[in-house]
Design a protein around this ligand. Structure first.
Ligand code: ADP
Ligand code: ZN
Length: 222
């Protein structure tokens, strides 16, 4: 199964991907996670990406598309199936993704559009905490760790992403509305879009999605 998770920052793409990974047994690829890993390791790519991430702006299309093309071309990932989270984010990226997959005659099966409202997004992003060690996601109110500041899974230190502040969140929302939202229509025209109410809590979102899949007669072929 080849999926794209689409939606505004804070819609819960990363959380859903983590929950689905086991249910669907497919790889989760997050461009945001890859870029943050590069930043942590202080690579050239990481240094270039940091300027954009810290402002809430998009990293140039060529850079992220090359990253995704390299990633998908390894280890038969296209054949095995994957879930993209944070890519594509522009119409150019969406077209390039189709081009890459068409070369392998393995087009996308579904695009899951996670629809969420601004107050929910802001509450989620400002309260989000991430494990510095394993990347696990927490929320100070919705999903607090057992011990404040410490990861339940690996005891790593929790931190707040530098772009999870109100000012940068506003920029990310603007960028989303201008660049990313138009690709919803692009996928709607392809008949691949499945819409989810992502204001609901993460367990409910997952249940709604599994129900949608089960009702879909094509799903069982993937
Ligand atoms: P969120 O969905 O919460 O905004 P991500 O972790 O997906 O966060 O992305 C964080 C940042 O990484 C973005 O604001 C952007 O700067 C950069 N980024 C991630 N994916 C892409 C992409 N496909 N194209 C351009 N920039 C990207
Ligand atoms: Zn951890």
């Amino acid at each position: 199964m080849r999926l794209v998770l689409l939606g505004p920052p804070g819609a819960g793409k990363g959380t859903l991907a983590n929950n689905l990974k086991d249910a669907l047994r497919i790889l989760h690829i997050s461009t945001g996670d890859i870029l943050r890993e590069e930043m942590k390791n202080n690579t050239n790519l990481g240094k270039e990406a940091k300027q954009y991430l810290d402002k809430g702006e998009l990293v140039p299309d060529e850079v992220v598309t090359r990253l995704i093309e390299n990633k998908l071309s390894r280890d038969s990932i296209i054949e095995k199936g994957f879930m993209l989270d944070g890519f594509p984010r522009t119409e150019t990226q969406a077209k390039d993704l189709d081009r890459i997959l068409n070369k392998f005659k393995k087009p996308l099966n579904y695009v899951l559009y996670m629809e969420s409202t601004l107050p929910v997004i802001i509450q989620r992003l400002t309260g989000r905490r991430v494990c510095r060690n394993c990347g696990a996601l927490f929320h100070i109110i919705n999903l607090p760790p057992k011990k404040e500041g410490v990861c339940d899974a690996c005891s790593g230190e929790l931190y707040q992403r530098s772009d999870d502040n109100e000012q940068t969140i506003k920029t990310r929302m603007k960028v989303y509305l201008k660049n990313t939202r138009p690709i919803i229509e692009y996928y709607q025209k392809q008949g691949k879009l499945k819409k989810l109410d992502a204001d609901r809590d993460s367990q409910e979102v997952q249940l709604i999605l599994m129900k949608l899949f089960n009702e879909d007669e094509n799903f069982h072929q993937h």
